[in-house]
Each structure stands twice: as structure tokens, then as C-alpha cells.
Design a protein around this ligand. Structure first.
Ligand code: UT7
Length: 361
């Protein structure tokens, strides 16, 4: 049987930090509220495009795997915030990397995008259609936020993470998965105007409506991730105690703690970095995975369990058996172009626009 071993990993976090205290200067919120309700202390704001974040994470993953971009057969960019819809964001990554042999596509499953992407990429490798696939989760959500709405503006941030999977005879990579979607609840996390549903010649004020029912999403997240993790463990014949590290989607620390409790897992077995980056949607899992490796928390042959949920409401879980190598073959020295602005400066014009549009007219 062919497996799809993870041989490279990389991340890219834009440098500009937007802390809870920064946010409390532009809206009625506080570090105390945000941190106690979500676990978030800060998030990053990108000064470059979504595909630029994705490309740097990909370059770092390629160096880690000791591969050239020309050796890639496929690129899957999991994102809900591509710079352009036509052409897809993955083609910008292909162009920047010079991955001329790779078939490329975007995959939109919102925050579950990376778990979906890893599943699709693994299937492509296991069927023999491809040998080496780059899977990226990248988002620039700060571009869509309504900075006049404190219920959503404080939750999200920008970033990217990437992995490379390669065909292997050794049992490794994604070994069990469960994906799904509660389509009947698609309205509870919904940006109705971001797409061709938007009235083409209507007056455009730059605002996207952000329908968001936090508590309902919370409940469904716990249920969806809980059921999906139970299903993958049963599928693989693995007990929760055998899991070495849980690498969950980072949307809310309380959701992560509930998932861990459901699995009877101590929090020491859970990778959590939500405090620094907030919810970067499809990028949370690959960024957390990358940091777990950097911190030496992944050992050869470890069992890793990932679970995520997002708009759709999509949900999913992935059981990964790590291979033999937990250190990069090489490092990539590339950096993003320098950013001359602070996080608050980067969002200033959007904040003014949102406050203006929010006024009763
Ligand atoms: O990855 C997919 C997207 N992620 C999610 O959807 C996350 C799922 N949901 C959640 O994480 C939580 O529901 C939230 C963090 C979004 C909200 O936490 P909550 O404990 O469910 O709070 P709530 O919505 O019930 O609001 C409680 C209070 C309200 O005030 P009143 O009505 O009790 O007076 C809100 O107006 O907190 C108020 N509030 C805020 N206060 C200060 C809401 N947002 C804020 C804020 N700062 N940023």
C-alpha cells in the first residue's frame, strides 16, 4: 500500500502585530474580555497578499523536504480569502515558486480547509496520480473583517502554513480521516456579499456583511469535531491514550479544552498557539503543526490527531502517523518584504471605512 508521508513543513506569519489592547483603542472591547472568552492575546495583519504568505510558507516547506519546486506534481491552496478568484490563488504560488510541472487548485472549506486539503492530497498520492503534493493553508482574513463589529473583528488574523507529502511504502502520513458538513447551518457563518451573489451595480461601501452566530457555531464545532475524532480513532483502531499530540483548529481555547476533555486528554497533549495568532482559519492547523515540530513536540512515529470546523459548517478530523524525520533537511532564508507599518496602521483605512458605513444613514 502507498502512503503519503509528510516530509516538509513551513509557516509564514506576517510581522505586524495587532494586540487586544490595540483593538480596545478602536472598539468597545478589552484584553480581559477577549482573552477570557477566546484565549486570544494578539493576531497578525498582513501587508502582503494571501499568495505571498502561502508562497513563503511553501518555500520553507520545500527546503525542509530537500525538494525543488519543479519536483512538485500538485499544489492545493486551502483558503477562503484568495487574492483573486480568477485565476485561482494556487496559480500565483505556482508562478512564484516556478513549480511548472504542478497541477494547481484552490480548495475552500473555510477553517477546515487544511484538513480537507490533506485528505484530498493524500488520496491523489495513494491512487498513484501524483507523487509529491504541496498543501497550503493560507488566509488574509483581516481584509474581510468589519472593524465596527466587535463580536467578529477580535477573533481572526492572517498567516499561512504548508506541508509537503510524498509517496512512501512506510505507514505514515494521513492514515484515517472523516470529513463532513452541516449544510443546513450554512447561514450561521456567512459573508453573503463576497462572491457573484453580490449585486453587481449596487452602491458598494466596502462593507461585507458578516453573519455570525458565535454560540451556535461553538456548539456545532464541539459536536462536529468530537464526532469526527471518534470516527477516525475507531477507523484506525487507536485509543485516545495512544494519541501523542492533538493539533486542533485554533478558534477558541474553550472549544479546544472541551475537545481535549471529551477525549480525556490532558492539555499537555494539545498544541495551542491561539494566544499569539488568533483564528487564521485554514492556516491554524499547519502553523500549529509546524510549531509543534519546531518545539520538539513531535517524535518519530508519533500519532497526531487534528480536528477542525468552519464555515459551511464544514468539519473534519485527521489521524496522522508521523514518519522518521522530525527535523528539516534544510532551512530557507527568504523573508517577506519589510513592513513599515504597525498592525493598527495597516487596518486604519478599513477601520475608518467600517465606522463610516456603520453609521445610520
Ligand atoms: O473557526 C470558525 C469561526 N469561529 C467561531 O465561530 C468561534 C465560535 N464561537 C465562539 O468562540 C464564541 O461564541 C465567541 C468567542 C464568538 C463569543 O463568546 P460567547 O461567550 O459566546 O459570548 P456572547 O456572544 O454570548 O457574548 C457575551 C457578551 C454580549 O454582551 P451581553 O449581551 O451579554 O451584554 C456581547 O455583546 O459579550 C459581548 N461581546 C463583547 N464584549 C467585549 C461580544 N463581543 C465582545 C467583545 N468585547 N469583542
Amino acid at each position: 500500500m502507498t502512503f503519503a508521508n509528510i516530509t516538509g513543513w513551513g509557516k509564514c506569519l506576517p510581522p505586524a502585530v495587532l494586540s487586544n489592547d490595540h483593538l480596545s483603542t478602536i472598539m468597545d472591547t478589552s484584553d480581559e474580555w477577549i482573552h477570557s472568552r477566546t484565549g486570544i492575546k494578539a493576531r497578525r495583519v498582513s501587508h502582503v497578499s494571501c499568495s505571498a504568505l502561502a508562497t513563503l510558507a511553501a518555500r520553507r516547506a520545500l527546503a525542509c523536504a530537500g525538494l525543488e519546486a519543479s519536483q512538485l506534481d500538485g499544489i492545493i491552496l486551502a483558503t477562503a480569502t484568495p487574492g483573486t478568484l480568477v485565476p485561482n490563488g494556487a496559480s500565483a504560488v505556482q508562478q512564484a515558486l516556478g513549480a511548472h510541472k504542478a497541477a494547481v487548485f484552490d480548495l475552500n472549506a473555510a477553517c477546515t480547509g487544511f484538513v480537507y486539503g490533506l485528505s484530498v492530497g493524500t488520496a491523489l498520492v495513494q491512487t498513484g496520480m501524483m507523487k509529491r503534493v504541496l498543501i497550503i493553508g493560507a488566509e488574509r482574513l483581516t481584509k474581510l473583517l468589519d472593524w465596527a463589529k466587535r463580536d467578529t473583528a477580535v477573533l481572526f488574523g492572517d498567516g499561512a502554513g504548508a506541508v509537503i507529502i510524498e509517496a512512501s511504502e512506510q505507514e505514515s502520513g494521513l492514515i484515517a480521516n472523516r470529513l463532513g458538513c452541516d449544510g443546513e447551518a450554512r447561514e450561521i457563518l456567512h459573508i453573503p456579499d463576497f462572491g457573484t451573489d453580490r449585486e453587481r451595480f449596487a452602491e458598494i461601501d466596502g462593507l461585507f456583511t458578516f453573519n455570525f452566530e458565535g454560540q451556535e457555531i461553538f456548539k456545532r464545532a464541539v459536536r462536529g469535531m468530537g464526532e469526527a475524532t471518534g470516527a477516525v480513532l475507531a477507523q484506525a483502531g487507536i485509543t485516545p491514550e495512544q494519541i501523542d499530540l492533538i493539533v486542533p483548529h485554533q478558534a477558541n481555547l474553550r472549544i479546544i479544552e472541551t475537545l481535549a476533555k471529551r477525549m480525556d486528554a490532558p492539555m499537555e497533549k494539545v498544541m495551542v498557539n491561539i494566544a499569539q495568532y488568533g483564528n487564521t482559519s485554514a492556516a491554524t492547523v499547519p502553523i500549529a503543526l509546524c510549531e509543534a515540530l519546531e518545539q520538539g513536540r513531535v517524535k518519530p512515529n508519533s500519532y497526531l490527531l487534528s480536528a477542525a470546523f468552519g464555515a459551511g459548517l464544514t468539519w473534519g478530523a485527521a489521524l496522522i502517523k508521523w514518519g522518521d524525520r522530525v527535523t528539516p533537511l534544510a532551512l530557507c532564508d527568504d523573508e517577506l518584504p519589510p513592513c513599515q507599518q504597525t498592525g493598527l496602521e495597516l487596518i486604519a483605512s478599513a477601520v475608518a471605512g467600517c465606522q463610516q458605513a456603520d453609521r445610520p444613514r
